[in-house]
Design a binder for this molecule. Structure first.
Ligand SMILES: [Zn+2]
Length: 174
């Protein structure tokens, strides 16, 4: 087959890309592309199938989930710190790992920032509250004490979620 024009090449290109062109057409297009930069560019535009918008939608959903999770984490941390006295302690032991787990699922690797965040929130809350009730020394000591406990519990939650996610990801067909 002799040389084809750019117009014919453009017509045949989609058929070649889809794999439905005849052998002659395919060869003619390849020959033309070999020396025609303009059609090569056209072929380059066509060949990778444009990715669907799923990724955009997914990232929007992820952002929204991350925002909800952030609200949950912050709310949970403040709630946990607020009820840290007396019987509330029991609920915190359950609550803090959940906060850590949610944090990891929502933020990925940045989820490891949640335990320090929980420590900071608990420390400030407890320190201010106890400082007002008794003295600054008591407040600071209590803040460090409860902050450490909650941060460790939270970190356990992060670890659990990380392991779970790792386990689930392994089973996903890729
Ligand atoms: Zn051409």
């Amino acid at each position: 087959m002799s040389e084809i024009s750019c117009g014919i090449c453009a017509d045949l290109l989609p058929l070649v890309e889809d794999g439905v062109a005849s052998e002659d057409s395919r060869r003619a297009v390849e020959q033309h592309l070999a020396h025609c930069a303009a059609c090569r560019r056209l072929a380059g535009d066509l060949s990778p199938v444009p990715p669907p918008d799923d990724r955009k939608i997914l990232s929007a959903v992820r952002r929204r989930l991350a925002f909800i999770a952030l609200a949950l984490v912050l709310g949970g941390a403040l709630l946990g710190a607020g009820i840290s006295g007396g019987s509330g302690m029991f609920y915190n032991i359950l609550l803090m790992p959940c906060i850590g787990a949610v944090g990891l699922l929502a933020f990925g690797k940045k989820g490891w920032l949640v335990p320090p965040g929980v420590f900071a929130a608990t420390f400030v809350w407890t320190a201010v509250r106890d400082a007002l009730q008794s003295s600054l020394a008591v407040g600071l000591t209590g803040g460090v004490f409860f902050g450490m406990i909650y941060a460790v519990l939270c970190a356990l939650g992060v670890l659990a979620a990380a392991l779970l996610r790792f386990a689930l990801r392994k089973e996903e067909p890729t």
